[in-house]
Design a protein around this ligand. Structure first.
Ligand SMILES: [Zn+2]
Ligand SMILES: [Zn+2]
Length: 102
């Protein structure tokens, strides 16, 4: 046996890239001003229109399920269904009893 684990390098996980979200308010973004993200920000305060200082809501990105997930899910679903069916069979002594009583 000469399996040298030392030679095996661990798979390097690339650092997650954080997409920089521009959190400037709408007018600052439109005029490409530096926004200090206050409510209202200094730019809007300076222009005396705090009501215009609105921030876009956080973009909600829906992640599509990775491939292979659906197959796994189907399998889990089947398992759950089996379990449920088994449980139903177990929790159904009334029918059996009724059948016996008759
Ligand atoms: Zn701003
Ligand atoms: Zn603003």
């Amino acid at each position: 046996m000469d399996l040298s684990l030392d030679g095996q390098a661990l798979p390097s996980v690339p650092p997650q890239k954080r997409s920089r979200v521009l959190l400037s308010c709408a007018p600052c973004r439109n005029s490409k001003l530096k926004c200090d993200r206050n409510q209202p920000c200094s730019q809007c305060a300076k222009k005396d229109r705090p009501e215009a200082c609105v921030y876009a809501p956080k973009p909600v990105k829906k992640k599509p399920p990775p491939k292979g997930m659906s197959a796994r899910l189907k399998r889990l679903e089947g398992m759950v269904r089996n379990m449920m069916e088994a449980e139903v069979e177990e929790q159904d002594p009334a029918l059996g009893a009724a059948g016996l009583a008759r």
